[in-house]
Design a protein around this ligand. Structure first.
Ligand code: AHM
Ligand code: MG
Length: 337
């Protein structure tokens, strides 16, 4: 009885990105918009498969081992194939780097465009069987002016990315994107098949109340990590300790951090000497989004977006989130130095 008339002026992701591109004037060719259309398609396709995974028996192992020596899930393989196919067919890409493929894919001349996409097609896949949120993470570079598209075009600091984002597959599919003008969140309206702007201009609160670490690794943590965690668990008199939230799915943990504030950490430690998370397609895109939302992303000693990668699958330690919280961690590293 109280039904609202439908909104007749929806802001879709494509419309929103196009309007951003218009503001750039002559520079914008619409190529990035077309590439993002291809990425949206892959997210819709992956979302459908994640949803029906149990029904069509995609859950379980595919029987292959990926570059990092982990067993691949069927859904990882499928999501990777979906992305490679759609990104190649878009005609807008030159180099593709996927967590699931040891080598970068250099796109043949017929389909070659000017963008490079680095991605983790289905991050957090150890959570699939438990029905926990998982996601796709991606970052986009433009090839250098005189380049035909080589590995060198992606071995560049994250600060040179032209766009980055993730899609979280949860109760709904949420695509969070930055093209370097702030961060926006879009929710898939399944009946329209469109990502609709639902979280405009996401800003991380300057300080949060939540910390998100795998504390099961405590015995391996370096002193700055241990000291920082102690400082938020046993604060000075009168202050409340932080709450712990750790899903173990980076997209979900970062999504909460962007919206609620606080700190997410996966530092390098005595066991994971270089950290666990992958620089190119996990740390860089999330650091890009964090900074665009007004937060800070560091290894503890260095701004993540300043790192110059030397190989496509390298790892790095990560702390990201609310500006003040991450600054607190940095202080513990400075004290140690
Ligand atoms: P994956 O790429 O093999 O899925 O691993 C990455 C995931 C991240 O989503 C998450 O932040 C982290 O691994 C969790 O690691 P752990 O299980 O060691 O806490
Ligand atoms: Mg991953």
């Amino acid at each position: 009885a109280n039904e609202q008339p439908p909104n007749t002026d929806l802001i879709t992701l494509t419309r929103h990105v196009l309007s951003e591109q218009f503001h750039l004037g002559a520079k914008a060719t619409g190529d990035l918009t077309l590439l993002l259309t291809a990425i949206q398609l892959t997210s819709k396709f992956i979302a459908t498969n994640v949803r029906k995974a149990r029904l069509i028996n995609l859950v379980g192992l595919a029987g292959e081992t990926n570059v990092q020596g982990e067993e691949q899930k069927k859904l990882d393989v499928l999501s990777n194939d979906i992305m490679i196919n759609a990104l190649r067919a878009s005609g807008k890409t030159a180099v593709l780097v996927s967590e699931e493929l040891e080598e970068a894919v250099i796109i043949e001349d017929r389909y070659k465009g000017k963008y490079c996409v680095v991605f983790d097609p289905l991050d957090g896949s150890s959570n699939i069987d438990a029905g926990v949120n998982i996601g796709t993470i991606f970052g986009i570079y433009e090839i250098a002016k005189d380049s035909k598209g080589t590995i060198a075009d992606v071995l560049r600091p994250g600060s040179q990315m032209v766009a980055a984002g993730y899609t979280m597959y949860g109760s709904s599919a949420n695509l969070v994107l930055s093209t370097g003008h702030g961060v926006n969140g879009y929710t898939l309206d399944a009946s329209l098949g469109e990502f609709v702007l639902t979280h405009p201009d996401i800003k991380i609160p300057p300080r949060g109340k939540i910390y998100s670490f795998n504390e099961g690794n405590s015995m391996y943590f370096h002193p700055p990590t241990v000291n920082y965690l102690n400082s938020i668990k046993y604060p000075s008199a009168g202050k409340t300790p932080y709450s712990a939230r750790y899903i173990g799915s980076m997209v979900a943990d970062v999504h909460r951090t962007l919206l609620y504030g606080g700190i997410f950490g996966y530092p390098d430690d005595k066991k994971s000497k270089k950290g666990k998370l992958r620089l190119l397609y996990e740390a860089f895109p999330m650091a890009f989004l964090t900074e665009q939302a007004g937060g800070v992303a560091t290894t503890g000693t260095q701004r993540i977006l300043d790192i110059v990668p030397t190989s496509i699958h390298e790892r790095c330690g990560v702390y990201l989130g609310s500006k003040d919280d991450v600054q607190d961690v940095i202080k513990f590293y400075e004290a140690e130095a």
